[in-house]
Design a protein around this ligand. Sequence first.
Ligand code: NIG
Ligand code: FE
Length: 390
Amino acid sequence: MALLIDRIGELVTNDPAVGERPLGIIRNAAVVVRDGRVVWVGPRTRAQPCDEVWDAAGRAVLPGFVESHSHLVFAGDRAEEFAARMAGRPYEAGGIRSTIAATRAASDHELDAHLARLAAEYRRQGTTTLEVKSGYGQTVRDEERSVRLAHAHTAEATLLAAHVPPPEFAGRVDDYVHLVVEEMIPACAPHARWIDAFCEVGAFDAEQTRAVLDAGRRAGLGVRVHANQLTAGPSVRLGVELGAASVDHCVHLSPADVDALAGSDTVATLLPAADFSTRGPYPEARRLLDAGVTVALGADCNPGTSYTTSLPFVIALAVRELRMTPSEAVWAATAGGAAALRRDDVGRLTPGSRADLVVLDAPSHVHLAYRPGVPLVAQVFTGGVVLPPA
Ligand code: NIG
Ligand code: FE
């Protein structure tokens, strides 16, 4: 059975073959969906009749957002830490340890229910592909269950056992790295697609990060890195050297980092909601874009630095604070996220792609930045199926 999504005022395809770069916009468009896939896009006057019709009533339709960076397996929150930060205390990686304690104490059921609630929150705001990291367990048992719970919700599960060294390994970080390499990766790899590590002062140095990422690679996992978030360091270049799909945060960039990225197929994933919530500097998106680096945007939902699931908010921030154009920001939150996850079936609306679509209560994608804070996502389709109301 075919579904015609008709009377689309502005269709974002992300296909440069059908319209101007980067968004490939078609006006007065229609999309035909069959068996969960897009089978046709084009001007509505040329659409074939279908069994079923969904009327977009002149509104804008985009590919669903692709979130390539989230930490949803955790318990508790850190509202007080946030309030203290807004009163002047700086963010430090060590805050992660309070979430580790709460996560270890939670039952599987509690963790799963919380993860499901946050994933649903993401979906209601238009995210149809979601990467989820472990990283608040930091024992073999707790990382294994974190990544197993994540994997039950998404194919894009990431093992972030190297988030911060847990308190019982204080002063013995190399012993913790040994545990990650020898025990956690073998136990967790069956549930994960990706390995990640937080390379930062107070977390893991370059050598430790390399040991973890290399071991993950040997276990068949793809590489991603938390790189240059709080300080300048070697992790962007390390990620490129190891063939990472994405290096994430990239707030502090040297010219050598930008050159390395520009000469690679590693995506720079920017997470400005984390910089917003830590009151930190924003990454220099223009330097990356002007150098030809592929840029993705993510929300980085986590209880410490960015407790938001809203890609529309991130797009608005990227336009205002990172000086991305609305088109660049929408591309980065859809096709950019797909590139960061090395997926070619999402982040675009072209024949063969998954029928994951967002209908905005607005005539164009520009409204996502132009009307910040307004709930513009009117309807979400995942695999051609309308998301039921919450
Ligand atoms: O992406 N940087 C490391 N991880 C998270 C923060 C985690 C936390 O503070 O709980 C991030 O910002
Ligand atoms: Fe993160």
